[in-house]
Design a binder for this molecule. Structure first.
Ligand code: TRP
Length: 434
């Protein structure tokens, strides 16, 4: 069994796949507006400090966990102690719940992308979006198409599927981003947008800024579902794992900042609202596309960009249950992908419909979509990360000296993994539940 396990073709393929996992809707869609709302450069500095120090620790721990055990999530935790199997199971549950709401937005992106190929003539973007998200057929079909694309490529395996997608999509993503930035910076008053994103506004800095930056950093690095553990378990050999981890971290920062540089100059150039939050991509930007020359083509490029970012992240989440089903139940990848397709469809369709016909179904005042988002982002992700650090540090005994040549760095890493990061995460977990 052991030698039949798939591995990455090269270190480069692994890094690219991990970047694919990291760079997603969290970077392109969420980061720019969160940064704008939280004091611009002040938020950016906080975020960069946290992501390169505190968040590096669980990222590294999760990769090492996979690299050492060479197993799927359940197998990996079980190898440490059979009683810990349940934690691997919890990772799998999280890795099913996150796609169940992430893919709803993925479906919207597919719909807008196709719309932009046909004719991007949206007179009233607010009304258009609200009509669309309440349409049970259009939204469900879009979500299913998104899910199908992810499971289709996963079924083709690590090399022919996951590597293939990342090899094409990440470079494409980078090229589109650069072209769109050039277009955006050429608009009149583009500097206002840059000011919004980068000008430090210290009055907006408070404890909430730190918490938001931390949450954003964790989500973007994809820590806490076992996605990195699973990707790490396919590593053949990587002598420079610290370098790999920092490449992933810096790429994620870079793509987030570039997304801000792409979006805000365009938004400000047309005097539009910058803090429309979630509506930025589906309401504010279509207004921009309607007013600029070649707006239809730019809209297509933009939605292709979002599509690539979302697909490569989506695949990384689903690889967790896929590896588990293949290795625990000893079934083929194809069968595992079919099971995952139906399991995720079963939860994501109600989530999709919760913007329309199922909007009245509420628990604690939250719709189905919001419940899935809250339970994954505020409960399961931090919980899994706390467990991961504690088990990796205290039981699997991952040590700084396995990673760093420098004794001081190694020591700091040990203390971070065993004490500091779990404590910080427990505080975040507590605050997130309020
Ligand atoms: N990092 C991705 C983003 O920023 C989302 C993502 C992919 C993720 N895999 C994950 C989040 C695993 C949490 C856990 O959009």
């Amino acid at each position: 069994m052991e030698n039949k396990r798939p591995t990455w073709s090269s270190r480069y393929s692994f890094i690219l796949a991990a970047i694919g996992s990291a760079v997603g809707l969290g970077n392109i869609w969420r980061f720019p507006y969160v940064m704008g709302q939280n004091g611009g450069a002040v938020f950016l500095i906080t975020y960069v400090i946290l992501i390169t120090t505190l968040c590096f620790v669980p990222l590294m721990a999760e990769l090492m966990f996979g690299k050492i055990t060479k197993k799927d999530c359940i197998g990996a935790y079980e190898q440490v102690n059979t009683k810990f199997k349940i934690f691997g199971f919890l990772n799998n549950v999280t890795a099913i719940i996150i796609p169940s709401f992430y893919f709803v937005i993925g479906g919207w992106i597919i719909y807008y992308m196709i719309k932009s190929f046909v004719n991007f003539n949206i007179e009233n973007p607010v009304e258009y979006l609200s009509n669309f998200i309440q349409n049970p057929y259009a939204t469900s079909i879009s979500t299913i198409i998104f899910l199908f694309i992810c499971t289709f490529f996963m079924a083709r395996g690590i090399k022919k599927g996951i590597e293939f997608v990342n090899n094409y999509m990440i470079p494409l993503l980078a090229v589109i981003l650069i072209v769109l930035i050039a277009a955006s910076l050429n608009l009149p008053n583009a500097n206002l947008g840059l000011e919004y994103v980068f000008k430090p506004d210290f009055s907006k800095f408070n404890s909430q800024t730190v918490l938001t930056a931390m949450g954003q950093a964790f989500f973007t690095l994809s820590v806490g579902t076992g996605a990195l553990l699973t990707y790490g378990s396919y590593i053949k050999e990587d002598k420079c794992i610290v370098q790999s981890a920092y490449t992933i971290i810096f790429s994620s920062i870079l793509f987030s900042v570039l997304a801000g540089i792409m979006i805000f100059p365009a938004v400000f150039s047309f005097g539009l609202e910058a803090n429309s939050g979630a509506g930025l991509v589906f309401v504010t930007l279509p207004k921009v596309f309607m007013q600029i020359p070649h707006g239809g083509i730019i809209a297509s490029a933009f939605f292709i960009l979002l599509f690539c970012a979302a697909i490569t992240s989506g695949i990384s989440m689903l690889e967790v249950p896929c590896a588990t089903l293949v290795e625990r139940l000893k079934i083929s990848r194809l069968k595992a992908c079919i099971i995952i397709f139906f399991a995720v469809a079963l939860i994501s369709i109600p989530a999709t419909l919760s913007f329309g016909i199922l909007g009245n179904i509420k628990l604690f005042g939250k719709t189905i979509f919001d419940i899935l988002d809250f339970s994954a982002s505020n409960i399961l992700l931090p919980l899994n990360s706390i467990i991961l650090c504690l088990i990796a540090g205290w039981f699997l005994k991952i040590k700084g000296e396995m990673i760093f040549k420098n004794d001081i760095f190694a020591k700091i890493f040990d203390i971070g993994l065993k004490y500091i990061v779990p404590m910080v995460l427990i505080i975040i977990f507590y605050l997130g539940l309020r």
